[in-house]
Write a protein that binds this ligand. Structure first.
Ligand SMILES: [Zn+2]
Ligand SMILES: [Zn+2]
Length: 356
């Protein structure tokens, strides 16, 4: 074996070992990873094995079968956790669109952990990066830059997108309890999965008429529900930058979609969100269904959260909306007196529609 190939082999072995350690400790050699030169989009296979297992676990249904109880739990857990994704990972940790107490912040961090989408600090770090570089070459998950599949699922499997850069999220990194949850982000998913199995075993023992078992509950409540939750969430990175309508000229490809807002409890109003990311509400009009906002509003009545940041008035200004600009551009506006006097045509402002 030549010296070069043995060095390459050693490098690969080291990478595989660090991939395995990353299953348990997300901050292992994170500093080094952050220093790595930019790499082409590449899947890091070993580190991604648990993510593959999450998908393969769905096939367990072949052996466990189904029951109304298990399916009901899977559907309920999809929505309970989608609320955590949109209300907490996104609208709280990433954008700080409302305030809460430190104990509550920790509890919602734990709630987020059951979503199996890594820690809240990693989520917020990568998401803020997305807003800073939406659809430009730096964006980690832009369908325009990297293709649909990479934007949907590929980007989270790459080495480059794995570490959390705590220097970029200092407002969250100052809480050691959140850093712990972020570093050992496998802990809560494992406890959650085991709890579902125990629940199924208990139901089988004490309420056999429900027709479920420990393994069936694990397959439906954890594997199927979590995989669906991942793909539901990922539609915002992929489909919401491809499919739907634009209200604002945000300079990126973000879109509004009623269908996606149903799947994601309100995140489908993604073009609205890219325009006013500081607002807690993403459906700006009454017909733009935003379940997460309604639930956050209800939570604020209990005093658990407060200071919900409203949609700025500017959002409703027709001149700031693409259709409003279009209407202004095409309406037969009366000519200014000076132009009439000169016999020249009235000047029509041209809307900026580059990304529509
Ligand atoms: Zn986006
Ligand atoms: Zn956002």
């Amino acid at each position: 074996m030549s010296e070069t190939s043995s060095v390459t082999l050693l490098g690969r072995l080291q990478q595989a070992v660090s991939g395995v350690i990353h299953w348990l400790d997300s901050d292992y050699r994170a500093e080094e990873l952050l220093q790595l030169p930019k790499q082409p989009d590449k899947v890091e296979w070993v580190r991604s094995i648990p993510f593959a297992i999450l998908h393969l676990g769905c096939l367990g249904v072949i052996w466990t079968g189904w029951s109304w109880t298990a399916v009901g739990v899977a559907v309920a857990l999809y929505f309970i956790r989608m609320f955590a994704v949109t209300g907490f990972f996104h609208r709280y940790f990433s954008h700080r669109t409302f305030s809460t107490s430190r104990p509550m912040q920790f509890l919602i961090g734990v709630w987020c952990g059951t979503c199996v989408q890594r820690g809240a600090l990693w989520w917020a770090y990568t998401h803020r990066h997305h807003h800073a570089h939406s659809d430009d070459p730096e964006d980690k998950h832009s369908p325009r830059q990297h293709g649909f599949l990479w934007a949907h699922i590929g980007w989270i499997t790459s080495r480059e997108n794995f570490p959390t850069d705590y220097r970029k999220i200092k407002d969250l990194a100052k809480f050691p309890e959140l850093v712990w949850l972020n570093r050992f982000d496998t802990t809560i998913p494992v406890v959650f999965a085991v709890s579902l199995w125990v629940l199924g075993v208990a139901l089988h023992r004490f309420a056999p008429s429900l027709g479920t078992t420990g393994w069936q509950m694990l397959v439906w409540g954890f594997f199927i529900s979590t995989t669906a939750l991942f793909h539901g969430t990922a539609t915002i990175n992929s489909l919401a930058h491809v499919f739907g309508r634009k209200r604002y000229d945000t300079g990126d490809d973000s879109r509004n979609s009623f269908l996606l807002s149903l799947v994601t409890m309100g995140e489908g109003w993604h073009n609205n969100h890219h325009q006013h990311m500081g607002a807690v509400r993403q459906g700006f009009y009454w017909w733009e269904v935003d379940l997460t906002y309604y639930l956050l509003r209800m939570m604020s009545w209990t005093g658990l959260i407060w200071d919900l940041r409203p949609v700025p008035k500017d959002a409703y200004n027709p001149a700031k909306q693409l259709r409003g600009q279009l209407a202004a551009a095409t309406a037969p506006a009366p000519a200014p007196a000076q132009d009439q006097a000169n016999g020249s045509r009235p000047r029509i402002p041209r809307p900026s529609l580059e990304n529509s």
